[in-house]
Write a protein that binds this ligand. Sequence first.
Ligand code: HEC
Length: 143
Amino acid sequence: MFKAYKVACAVLLLGVFLSGTLLAAGKAASSTAQSTKIDVKKLESAFKNSKCIQCHTWDTYKLGKPQKKVEDPFGSDQFGTSGPPDLSKLSPELVKEISRSKTFLEEYLIRKVKLRGKQHGFMFKGDGEDLKLLIRALLQQKK
Ligand code: HEC
């Protein structure tokens, strides 16, 4: 009789303990999921404030105004000759540089390094947080 009471208590305590850890684990999982998801509203203002929008479109996130080469955004002359590329698809050269150096993209955007032997057409002078978000959004679509 007394024993049964003790067992019930133990089971109850265990239950409380388990649900607590499960809840905590669930919370941790959902917050990491949030931190990798791109907030498109924030990205849009970073894209505008940093002036990327003056030259680029970004189809992945539906940003920027479509330009005339929109019929063939990934055409062979996407880079260099026909003006600023849409940022949805990173060029093979850029992908190669990124795989060699984690900081390449940031250094390219602040004109410390060259891509295809050229500096970026624009020097980033905006907010550091915006730059981080832009880089994260660029890399996350790299598949
Ligand atoms: C004055 C126009 C201009 C502005 C503003 C500009 N870019 Fe560019 N960007 C270019 C041009 C032109 C190229 C292609 C350069 C080349 O082919 O070497 C380019 C290339 C790039 C590339 C490399 C694409 C690839 O896959 O090779 C990235 C990434 C990029 N820009 C991101 C940005 C971001 C982010 C911003 C805003 C901070 C921005 N650009 C602002 C003109 C611009």
